[in-house]
Design a protein. Structure first.
Length: 120
């Protein structure tokens, strides 16, 4: 059965190779998705695939050398984004943390640089 999850990691998760380690760990599983830094200091990870592969991948992240840096995580099942292929580190132009600069949240949608974005 297919499963897609969005995970937010808290703790000392930026500046410690988290994204690169997550991408390396993902190579051992049949998952697609991405990992990126957020401006608030958290890391966002999205993983999609067979439920056993996704669960195994998340457990491997927890048991990796990142374990000591993770103070908390929140996991939510989400709809798989269209066109998701491979597992990548995402960066955003003009924002050093790798995440888009979100000006505000309006009606559950992020407003970035004055342009309302909808989740796809």
């Amino acid at each position: 059965m297919a499963k897609t999850v969005q995970v937010f990691y808290e703790g000392r998760v930026q500046g410690v190779g988290f994204r690169y380690t997550a991408r390396r760990v993902a190579a051992g599983f049949d998952v697609a998705g991405y990992v990126r830094n957020l401006p608030d200091g958290r890391v966002e990870l999205l993983a999609s695939g067979d439920a056993e592969e996704v669960d195994g991948f998340l457990e491997a992240v927890r048991e990796s050398e990142l374990a000591g840096h993770i103070a908390g995580e929140s996991v939510a099942e989400v709809v798989r984004p269209a066109g998701l292929r491979g597992f990548e580190i995402r960066f955003c132009k003009g924002h050093l943390s790798g995440a888009p600069a979100v000006s505000q949240i309006m009606d559950g949608k992020a407003v970035m640089n004055g342009i309302q974005e909808t989740a796809s």
